[in-house]
Design a protein. Structure first.
Length: 269
């Protein structure tokens, strides 16, 4: 019988990690790849039976490669702290790995829940992001990618697609929309800088507007109502700041030097 390791990447996710770990208690091994959380993330996961591996964050590509290396079984299921495995997805995965000649990597659809409703458009369903079930050694990520990490499937077999979705809760509230836009735009700007890209403020604005139009109109986010509009605005904000921060990195603005300021000499009488 094939065994499955489930790994979860997390940093300061104490409010989410319990449910994430709970949804993969069926796995033969649970590995928490924690980046030295300052809250109770690691303690909560360990108390639930997860093996905690502390990994310094150098980018998501490196983090995922090191998390996969920490897994000990033949199959790996990747889960983020804001995702939940469903019973249907669990059964789909167990059926897949039990086949006589399974694929070496499978995409799993994700259903996203935000602002009290399931998001059906906005590019958020079925939201195949990257293979999340794969044979160990069949997937590797570009280690220098700080975010939106590129991956390579190391197999000659066609990639499989499972049918039953896992759940994702991408934003706890509107504050988290802004926080993620800020964090990922910083990482995204660094990724563009590594590739030698440059951008001006006009580029930042046009890219941001295009990302809003793409998600809200072309991806039919308008049909998701208020949540769809918020997602599109958040996408605009993240994209605009990514290119604006790229401009800032390349410009390397420095404040003018401030010389020591002494009291002026005065004539004494």
């Amino acid at each position: 019988m094939s065994k499955i390791s489930a790994y979860i990447i997390a940093w300061n996710e104490a409010d989410k990690i319990r449910q994430a770990v709970s949804s993969v208690l069926w796995a033969d091994e649970i590995v928490l790849a924690d980046s030295f959380s300052t809250d109770d993330t690691a303690e909560i996961a360990a108390a639930m039976g997860a093996r905690v591996v502390q990994i310094e964050f150098k980018g998501f590509g490196d983090l995922r490669n090191r998390a996969m290396a920490a897994c000990t079984h033949d199959w790996i299921f990747s889960l983020d702290a804001d995702e939940r495995c469903t019973p249907e997805a669990r059964d789909d995965m167990l059926t897949a790995v039990a086949q006589a000649n399974p694929a070496d990597a499978y995409y799993i659809p994700r259903r996203n829940f935000f602002m009290g409703r399931w998001i059906k458009h906005s590019g958020f369903y079925p939201d195949y992001r990257q293979p999340q079930l794969f044979r160990k050694g069949a997937l590797r990520f570009k280690e220098t990618d700080p975010v939106h990490e590129e991956y390579e499937i190391v197999s000659a077999k066609p990639v499989g697609y499972l049918q039953q979705p896992i759940w994702q809760f991408p934003y706890k509230n509107l504050e988290e929309v802004a926080r993620k836009a800020n964090r990922y735009s910083t990482l995204g700007a660094e990724k563009l800088r590594q590739r030698g890209r440059r951008a001006g403020m006009l580029t930042a604005l046009s890219r941001g507007l295009w990302s809003f139009f793409h998600m809200y109109i072309l991806k039919k986010g308008i049909l998701d109502g208020w949540p769809g509009f918020v997602i599109a605005v958040g996408n605009f904000e993240g994209t605009w700041y990514k290119y604006a921060k790229l401009h800032e990195l390349n410009a390397d603005w420095q404040p003018p030097e401030t010389p020591p300021l002494l009291r002026r000499d005065t004539d004494s009488n």
